[in-house]
Structures are given as structure tokens and as C-alpha cells.
Design a binder for this molecule. Structure first.
Ligand code: AKG
Ligand code: FE2
Length: 232
């Protein structure tokens, strides 16, 4: 059993189906959160640093991890994938898509690598006062796993204010709806990368999601993002 297996997967599956996102409850303890956030200032174990303002992505910065992924990240990625693959397959079937996801993450990564997506995508993000993350989708090539997780490494209130995780849902021919996800320290939100099926009264249809972070008002906010496809 890992901490991942201890999560309430019945509730998480139902909430993902109903709204495209689910909070995990506590996933990392305060010491692990502080240790991960503390890696940010170091050169290793990262492959690149992105200053969001330079790309119009928002304000703040992030770093992509390189191999070998540090323990908490590696220890979460495969077990989370194993729990999410059946949900991803259910969604693909409901949307009439041919894609099916293998049971194990290692096998899915082989598919990414065969498609030329070889660079790891887990990342650490850092936001200070006034920083924010524009609404976006983390697509890094043709091969996409449809769910991802962001874990809050800072304490809301005492560590930072503002900086809320936001998820939008765009229904066909309708305006977007935004949801603010009130994460606690060490808590994750699992959410749809892009498309998700919704059961309408006249049959299933697809909605599209985007996610971002509202401006931080004070303090410093760190997050760990785990994306299951690798990047081109
Ligand atoms: O900082 C956040 O809460 C969101 C980070 C993000 O965009 C991601 O993990 O993909
Ligand atoms: Fe993202």
C-alpha cells in the first residue's frame, strides 16, 4: 500500500466524472512539502527553468525535473497513473475515442517515447506577490494522458494569500464556468488536462478544461505538478 492507495478512489472517480476535478485530501506531509519547495533554488535535479512572463504564460517561474525524478515525485507518478488509467479509459470510451491507456505508467511512457516525447514533465512552480498562471492546458505532443495533478506545497493563509487554483469548463456553444479549488498544504487536485465526457439528456457530449492560478496577494506559493505524458 502506498499513500496513493489510501486515497478515497471511489469519491475521486465520482467527482472527476461529475466535474472534471477532485481534491485528494492530504497527500504529502509538511516536511516533504518544505523539502520539495526547498529544491527550487538548486540546479539539480532539474532540466530547465521557465520564466513565465517571457512567454506570456503569466508571472512567476517553474522548473522541469530531470531523471532520476526525486523520490516523492517518482513515488507518486506511477501509483497515481495506475489509479487514473481506468478513469482515462472510461472517458475515452464515453467520448467515442479509440485511444486506450495501458495499466502501468512504464508502458504508457514507452508510447510517449516512441512518439518522440522523451523529456520528463513533472515540475515545481514558484509564485511571489503579484504572480499568477494564465489559464492553459499542459499538452506536450500528440500523446496525452487526460488527467494530471497539482499539489500545493505552501500553507494557505500563513504562507501566502490569493493564488487560488482555478479550473474552467467550456461547454459546447456556451460560456466558460470557473471553479476555485481550495487546496490545503500538501493536498492535490486531480483534474482534466483537456477534454472530458458529460452525460447530457440527449446523449454524451464533450467539454474542454483549462487551469491556472489567480494572482498571489502576499507571500510565496510553491506547487508540484505531475503530468503523466512526457514532452517532445
Ligand atoms: O500552481 C498551480 O497550482 C498550477 C500549476 C500547473 O499549472 C500545473 O501543475 O500544471
Ligand atoms: Fe499547468
Amino acid at each position: 500500500m502506498t499513500v496513493v492507495d489510501d486515497l478515497d478512489w471511489t469519491r475521486i472517480g465520482a467527482e472527476l466524472d461529475a466535474g472534471g476535478h477532485a481534491m485528494t485530501g492530504p497527500l504529502l506531509d509538511a516536511g516533504t512539502c518544505a523539502a520539495l519547495a526547498g529544491l527550487y533554488g538548486r540546479d539539480t535535479p532539474f532540466r530547465s527553468r521557465v520564466v513565465m512572463e517571457r512567454h506570456g504564460f503569466g508571472k512567476g517561474e517553474y522548473k522541469y525535473f530531470t531523471h532520476p525524478l526525486p523520490d516523492p515525485v517518482a513515488a507518486l507518478r506511477a501509483p497515481l497513473y495506475r489509479r487514473l488509467a481506468p478513469i482515462a479509459n472510461r472517458w475515452a470510451e464515453a467520448m467515442g475515442l479509440d485511444t486506450r491507456y495501458p495499466a502501468e505508467h512504464a508502458e504508457f511512457l514507452e508510447r510517449c517515447h516512441a512518439a518522440g516525447q522523451t523529456r520528463p514533465t513533472p515540475l515545481l512552480l514558484k509564485y511571489g506577490p503579484g504572480d499568477y498562471n494564465c489559464l492553459h492546458q499542459d499538452l506536450y505532443g500528440e500523446t496525452v494522458f487526460p488527467l494530471q495533478i497539482a499539489i500545493l506545497l505552501s500553507e494557505p493563509g500563513s504562507g501566502f494569500t490569493g493564488g487560488e487554483f482555478v479550473l474552467t469548463e467550456q461547454r459546447p456553444r456556451m460560456q466558460s464556468r470557473a471553479t476555485v479549488v481550495p487546496l490545503g498544504l500538501g493536498e492535490g487536485v486531480i483534474f482534466a488536462v483537456d477534454q472530458r465526457p458529460v452525460q447530457g439528456s440527449r446523449g454524451p457530449y464533450r467539454v474542454r478544461h483549462r487551469h491556472g492560478v489567480s494572482p498571489v496577494r502576499s507571500g510565496e506559493r510553491h506547487t508540484l505538478g505531475i503530468i503523466f505524458h512526457d514532452a517532445a
